[in-house]
Design a protein around this ligand. Sequence first.
Ligand SMILES: [Zn+2]
Ligand SMILES: [Zn+2]
Length: 218
Amino acid sequence: MLLEVRAVAPFYKNGFVVGCERTREAVLIDPGDEVDELLGAVRDLDVEVQRVLLTHAHLDHVTGVARAKETFDIPVHLHRDDLFLYDAVVQQGEMFGFKVRPQPPIDVYYDSSPIHFGDYEVRVHHTPGHCPGGVCLQIGKTGEPATHLFVGDTLFAGSIGRTDLPGGDYHVLMRSITQVLFPLGDGCIVHPGHGPESTIGRERTTNPFVLQYLATNT
Ligand SMILES: [Zn+2]
Ligand SMILES: [Zn+2]
């Protein structure tokens, strides 16, 4: 699997290029303010981007969608429950003091069917709690156990997503982490929306927020 990650100020939100090493087909995950760096990675990798996949629709994860769409003319995928956030991206910007351009319409809402690029398959798991339409994108070779999890702002290395923004819910978030993400397996690599990567095993056994929740809820 080809994988490049970029992040820039002010949010240091991770944007990803994920590609198939054989066919050079690829997807962009959460293009934000670092979209130009992602486009540079696309050129360096010599891949053909086929889709934009969004983990959720908070400002920092979507500000590069318009630029990606203008460059590649490809469909943009989002969970339907985050449409209210996506449609309010200009207002989200104002909330944080940033001028943000409106983004192009969503083309596809995630459903239970997997998405393919090259030899790879993306399985979409609904993981609400940080926001209503948050998803985890589980990626691996078609027909093999998929071990890469792009979790957006649901789970971080040593931390969890905030739940104080519109539509956030702490108990829903913790259920998504412990009942949707953890069963995917300790060996899965977690690629969060911010900060370094981790594994499910490490977060399950050492994440203080997870341990506190498990101590009081099981
Ligand atoms: Zn977020
Ligand atoms: Zn974020």
